[in-house]
Ligand binder design. Structure first.
Ligand code: UDP
Ligand code: MG
Length: 316
C-alpha cells in the first residue's frame, strides 16, 4: 500500500477525432476534477492529447482546450505516425508525473475503470492492464480476427494480455525502464509485459465508438498485427529452418531412391541426372536459407539493443 498521492497524466492519441473530442474532453475534465477533489491524484495532474497528424479540426480543438483549461496539454506530431508511435510520443512526454493512463479518444473504453486502475496502483501494482470483459460491441470480423491473432501470437511465443488493447496504467518507473527499449518497430501491448514488475488487471465492458468511424482501416490493422509478430518473434525465420531441414531430409531419401533406380532398375536415360540435383540442391538451398535466417534472427535481436535486464529496486 502506497501512502503518497500520485500525479496522473491521461495520455490520448487522436487521429481525425473531431467528432468525439468535445465529448471525450468534457468527460475527462470532470473525471480529472473529481479525482483531484477526492485527493486520488495531485493538483498538477493533467490530460495530454496527442494529435497524430490529423487532417480535420482535431488540433484546433486541442489548442482551444489547452488555452481554456489548465488541465489540458497538447502535443502535435508533424504527420500521421500511427497509433502506437503517437501513444509512445505521449508517454515519453509525460515524464513529469508518477503515473500515466493511456486510453483511446473514442470512449470505447470505460473511463470509470481509471479510478480502479489508480486504486490498484495504490495497492502496489506498477502496471495495470485494462481488459475488456466481452467484445460484444465489436464486429464479428474484428472479434474472430483478433482471437486468431492472439492465438498465433501466443503460439509464436509472444506473451500478451488477452483482450487488452492500449488502455493501461503505467507508473513512471516502468516507463523509465521502457525507455531502454531502443527499437523502432513497436507493438506496445506485446512489449509492456516484457518489462516485468508487479502488474494487475481491471475488467471493463467495451462499448461502441461514441462518434466517428474507426481510424484503424484494414491496412493499419494488418500492419499492426504483422508488426506484433515480426517485432517480437523470430518464429517465422525458424519456420524456414524447419522446412529446410525437413525437405533436405526428404531430398536425401529421394536422391538415394533415384540413385538406386539408376543402378538396379530400368530408368529412362537422363532421369537420374536430372532429378538427383533437383532434389539435392532444392533441399540444401532451403536448409541454407534457414541457416542464414538463424543468424539474421540473432542480428535482428542484437540491433534492437533491448536491455538485457531491468533492475526494479536496489536496497542498501
Ligand atoms: N489513432 C491514432 N493514429 C492513427 C490511428 C488511430 O492516433 O493512425 C488513434 C485514434 O484516434 C484512437 C485510437 O488510436 O484514439 C484507436 O483508434 P480506433 O478507435 O479508431 O481503433 P479501433 O478501436 O477501431 O481499433
Ligand atoms: Mg476504437
Amino acid at each position: 500500500m502506497r501512502d503518497t498521492i500520485p500525479s496522473l497524466a491521461i495520455v490520448i492519441p487522436c487521429y481525425n477525432e473531431q467528432e468525439v473530442l468535445p465529448e471525450t474532453s468534457s468527460r475527462l475534465l470532470s473525471l480529472m476534477r473529481s479525482y483531484r477533489e477526492e485527493n486520488l491524484v495531485t493538483g498538477d495532474s493533467y490530460i495530454l492529447l496527442i494529435d497524430d497528424g490529423s487532417k480535420d479540426n482535431t488540433w484546433e480543438q486541442i489548442e482551444a482546450l489547452s488555452r481554456t483549461h489548465p488541465e489540458f496539454r497538447g502535443l502535435k506530431l508533424s504527420r500521421n505516425f500511427g497509433h502506437q508511435h503517437a501513444l509512445l510520443a505521449g508517454l515519453h512526454q509525460a515524464n513529469d508525473v508518477t503515473i500515466t493512463v493511456s486510453v483511446d479518444a473514442d470512449l470505447q473504453d470505460d473511463l470509470n475503470a481509471i479510478r480502479e486502475m489508480i486504486l490498484k496502483y495504490q495497492q502496489g501494482a506498477e502496471i495495470v492492464y485494462g481488459v475488456r470483459d466481452d467484445r460484444g460491441s465489436d464486429s464479428v470480423f474484428k472479434r474472430s480476427s483478433a482471437l486468431l491473432f492472439y492465438k498465433i501470437l501466443s503460439w509464436m511465443g509472444v506473451e500478451s494480455v488477452y483482450n487488452h488493447a492500449d488502455f493501461r496504467l503505467m507508473s513512471q518507473i516502468t516507463l523509465d525502464a521502457f525507455r531502454q527499449f531502443g527499437e523502432r518497430n513497436i507493438y506496445l501491448r506485446g512489449m509492456v509485459p516484457m518489462l516485468g514488475y508487479n502488474s494487475d488487471t481491471v475488467y471493463y465492458k467495451r462499448t461502441e465508438r461514441f462518434a466517428g468511424t474507426s481510424k484503424y482501416n484494414l491496412k493499419k490493422m494488418l500492419s499492426l498485427a504483422w508488426n506484433g509478430i515480426s517485432s517480437l518473434s523470430i518464429q517465422p525465420l525458424r519456420f524456414v529452418t524447419f522446412c529446410g531441414f525437413s525437405i533436405f531430409s526428404i531430398s536425401i531419401l529421394l536422391s538415394l531412391y533415384a540413385l538406386y533406380s539408376y543402378l538396379f532398375q530400368e530408368t529412362t536415360m537422363g532421369w537420374t541426372s536430372t532429378v538427383l540435383p533437383i532434389y539435392f540442391l532444392g533441399g540444401i538451398q532451403l536448409l541454407c536459407i534457414g541457416l542464414l535466417g538463424e543468424y539474421v534472427a540473432k542480428i535482428y535481436k542484437e540491433v534492437k539493443q533491448r536491455p538485457k535486464y531491468i533492475i526494479e529496486k536496489i536496497v542498501r
